[in-house]
Design a protein around this ligand. Structure first.
Ligand SMILES: [Zn+2]
Length: 377
């Protein structure tokens, strides 16, 4: 099958765009030498990319020492993705650029209710936010909504929505208020996508989201596993203690009942900042509760490592409270439980803490754009 002239031009343009994406400022000469294109070909492609607002120009005197060299840079704001996080008591929205950075965000305190009034309020609030961005609608890649629930394989319906106390709503309830494309994603999966975006070296890992409810996702061979089965990666409902504490799912002894932020707060009977202030001050009761919590988490991590043998990333609300000593205590506790004591592993906190799901939801659309433009494989 032969390739047409138009296709060759498109491929050349993609190569120039990719080189600019991968380098923070490139001159025409650098592009010509690296890509083995003539300067007129480079100029033609740059003209196209500038007209599409995909790149921008800047100058740098340090290269020539005299007349400033014109450098071409990736325009990270050329497209914007919208991430939304739906929590039981709050909505959170963010506009994220092509580098995965939040440009603007907003929150709305509102209890989730699967009725027309809730979705109408959501639609008006999100629409106002998007209009406030003052960019062309064609520059917005779309909206991805991260939910505390498991989405069916069709991407439309909710298979399990106990935290939001409903599974009788669907993607169309959110989408009907927008002309932009809108999709749903499980919040823990979105959070793991955000972590992997900022740490692409993460090949195999279990991501634990220590939020009011425990969430989890699996990163395997450099990508977040997305499996349609209901129970895939839902580590929060693995049994840690048979006949133990009651979980919100109705079962007893689930990991959520021991390793979620809510379970810690239940034991501590105070708010998180207050509790960790007491831990910092060495309050004996607070330290004991915290260490009990870390040992339960270690038990869960040891079980996970017997299946995955991978590194562990701690994210979510609690992540920002972990000190280096806490991580070491947690790791020592895992090693105390484990059968294979000589096998080392990485245990670290994530980059985004409680904003990971919000950013990750938007990043799903950024990945699609970067792939369409052949900027990433
Ligand atoms: Zn459960």
């Amino acid at each position: 099958m032969s390739i047409t002239t138009t296709e060759i031009r498109k491929l050349n343009c993609n190569m120039v765009y990719r080189m600019i994406y991968e380098n923070d400022g490139v001159s025409k000469d650098m592009m010509s030498r690296t890509l083995h294109f003539s300067l007129p070909t480079i100029s033609q492609n740059l003209k196209t990319l500038l007209a599409e607002n995909k790149i921008c120009r800047s100058s740098d005197r340090t290269i020539t020492g005299g007349r400033p060299a014109v450098l071409y840079k990736f325009n990270a704001s050329a497209r914007i993705a919208i991430g939304v996080e739906v929590l039981a008591e709050r909505l959170h929205i963010a506009a994220v650029n092509l580098r995965g950075e939040i440009l603007r965000e907003d929150t709305l305190d509102i209890s989730f209710l699967a009725d027309a009034t809730y979705f109408s309020i959501f639609g008006a609030w999100a629409d106002r936010f998007i209009r406030s961005l003052a960019c062309s609608p064609s520059d917005i890649l779309g909206i991805t909504v991260a939910l505390q629930g498991i989405i069916a394989a069709d991407g439309e319906h909710i298979m399990y929505g106990k935290i939001l106390n409903s599974s009788s709503f669907s993607r169309s309830d959110f989408a009907r208020h927008f002309s932009l494309p809108l999709s749903l994603i499980h919040d823990a999966e979105a959070a793991a996508i955000a972590e992997h975006w900022y740490n692409p070296a993460l090949e195999n890992a279990v991501y634990l989201s220590l939020n009011p409810f425990l969430g989890s996702a699996i990163i395997s061979r450099g990508s977040v596993l997305h499996l349609p089965q209901l129970s895939s990666g839902t580590i929060e409902h693995m049994t840690l203690h048979p006949d133990g504490r009651l979980c919100y799912c109705g079962k007893r002894g689930c990991a959520d009942a021991y390793c979620s932020a809510n379970s810690l707060l239940g034991s501590a009977a105070e708010n998180l900042p207050g509790f960790f202030q007491h831990v910092c001050e060495g309050n004996i009761r607070a330290v004991q509760i915290w260490h009990n919590y870390l040992r339960e988490l270690a038990l869960l991590i040891d079980n996970l490592r017997m299946v995955m043998g991978s590194d562990i990333v701690i994210g979510g609300l609690l992540a920002k409270y972990f000190t280096a000593e806490d991580l070491q205590y947690l790791k020592n506790s895992v090693l105390a439980y484990t059968t294979f004591k000589t096998v080392d592993f990485q245990l670290c906190t994530g980059y985004h803490a409680e904003k990971a799901a919000l950013i990750g939801a938007a990043i799903t659309r950024i990945y699609s754009y970067l792939k369409e433009e052949a900027l990433i494989p």
